[in-house]
Design a protein around this ligand. Structure first.
Ligand code: PLP
Length: 441
């Protein structure tokens, strides 16, 4: 670890956003370069054979690290300075002791799950999940004898416990995977509630590892480790990368749990490369600004949509009411509502497509969390592989559109949404909602 660990100015402990430019990087090791170079190398030279032997012993867990010993660089499938520094920086946002970076969010999820699950086990999970995760859990893992038992987001834990205990009775549950807010409905799961329940199922080696996919709000607006989770997982393709130009994943948690995952990462070969690590470090420097700006824009967009005549319903965390059964959970675990909005147009797939096809500024593309606003149709795109019954049960309807609000000027985003809503049902003119809003300001 570099001299920048726990950097303070006087008595002031520096906040994560102040550390993203320098933490974990020592210019002396790179010819004084201000920024960390890209260590584009597949392997690293050992000074002597004894070093190589010692590094392998530590990497493979053959023996514990000595008090002053550190794991040296070996080979870029195991470690690389761009990944190690990035991992140190990711720990700061979630206050984890360890992090691991992957080639994609799916690589992070798959590697984390396979670290703990074995044939005959149950994986408890929330529903809905991102479509790729849903496919992994419901189609791939069962082929390895792993049963996925789901429970719906948006329902308080107290109402789920008895049913879940009955379903998993007598089976080993080594892992729980929660996606909150859920993609695409933004349904919430009580992280502390599910962690308490899971941790009541077993102790020691039988204690389930509670994993939270924090892609929608983290790492700025939700910190699952503070609420009893053992591991936070990210599609770093989204807010962490934030510019729509990189695919990556990450997990952050306790040293022990992340250490086990890193070992499997080595043997599955799912680690990200140095170029990805460098891009993500660059992105982290502006993470707070980007996420804050997009969240502010989303608040405008949600309030524009909420009583638009062509919009049937709006899912946005900033609109959650105190009568909602998950209101207290929102207040407890979410710092801000983020920038994802899902809404139903008045109609079905045809009307949703008319809206999407009419967009001019907002791109019609899957993915989210970037600087640019994106819109997509979950039922036929990201969640098309979810069974039709599950889609209906979970509210992924043909009329549902998901928007990831970016950092453009909010009036421009709203103008685009307004004209695209007007384009639904050719010839039918809806009141000019944008003009009304502007006049009211
Ligand atoms: C919530 C969530 N988790 C995981 C993933 C998978 O991430 P990646 O596409 O980086 O593999 C996604 C992708 O959209 C997602 O939305």
């Amino acid at each position: 670890m570099s001299k920048y660990k726990d950097r303070k100015v006087g008595d002031t402990k520096l906040k994560p956003e102040s550390m993203m430019m320098s933490y974990g990087y020592d210019p002396k090791l790179s010819e004084g370069a201000l920024k960390c170079p890209i260590f584009q190398t597949s392997t690293f030279v050992f000074e002597k054979a004894e070093d190589g032997k010692a590094f392998f012993e530590l990497a493979l867990g053959v023996r514990e690290k000595g008090p002053t010993e550190r794991l040296g660089l070996i080979y870029s499938r195991l470690n690389n300075p761009d990944l190690e520094i990035l991992e140190d920086r990711l720990c700061l946002w979630d206050e984890g002791d360890g992090a691991a970076v992957f080639q994609s969010g799916m690589a992070a999820i798959a590697t984390a799950l396979l670290t703990f699950l074995r044939p005959g086990d149950v994986l408890l999970h929330s529903d809905p999940l991102y479509g790729g995760t849903d496919h992994l859990l419901k189609h791939i893992l069962p082929e390895f004898g792993i049963q996925a038992v789901g429970f719906p987001a948006g329902v308080p834990m107290g109402e789920l416990e008895n049913e879940l205990r009955a379903q998993i009775k007598g089976k080993r549950v080594p892992a729980v995977l929660v996606e909150t807010p859920a993609n695409p409905t933004l349904g919430l799961v009580d992280i502390q509630g599910i962690a308490d329940f899971a941790h009541s199922l077993g102790e020691g080696a039988d204690r389930p590892v509670v994993m939270v996919d924090n892609t929608f709000l983290g790492p700025l607006f939700q910190h699952p480790l503070e609420h009893g989770a053992d591991l936070v997982i990210y599609s770093a393709t989204k807010f962490i990368g934030g510019h729509g130009d990189v695919v990556a994943g990450a997990c952050v948690g306790g040293k022990e749990v992340v250490g086990q995952i890193r070992t499997l990462r080595t043997f599955l070969g799912t680690a990200a490369g140095p170029w990805t690590g460098w891009l993500l470090m660059r992105s982290l420097e502006t993470l707070k600004m980007r996420m804050t700006a997009a969240m502010k824009n989303a608040q405008y967009v949600a309030s524009f949509l909420v009583d638009h005549p062509k919009v049937k319903s709006v899912h946005y965390l900033g609109l959650i009411q105190d009568a909602d059964p998950m209101y207290d959970v929102y207040r407890k675990q979410c710092i801000a509502p983020g920038s994802l909005i899902a809404f139903e147009v008045d109609g079905g797939e045809k009307e949703a497509f008319e809206f999407l096809n009419a967009l001019q500024l907002i791109s019609l593309a899957v993915s989210l969390g970037g600087t640019e606003s994106l819109a997509e149709h979950p039922a036929t795109m990201t969640h098309s592989d979810v069974s039709p019954e599950d889609r209906e049960r979970l509210g992924i309807t043909p009329a549902l559109v998901r928007i990831s609000v970016g950092v453009e000027h909010p009036e421009d985003i709203i103008a685009d949404i307004d004209q695209a809503l007007h384009a639904i049902g050719a010839g039918k003119k809806a009141p000019a909602k944008l003009a009304e809003m502007k006049a009211a300001r």
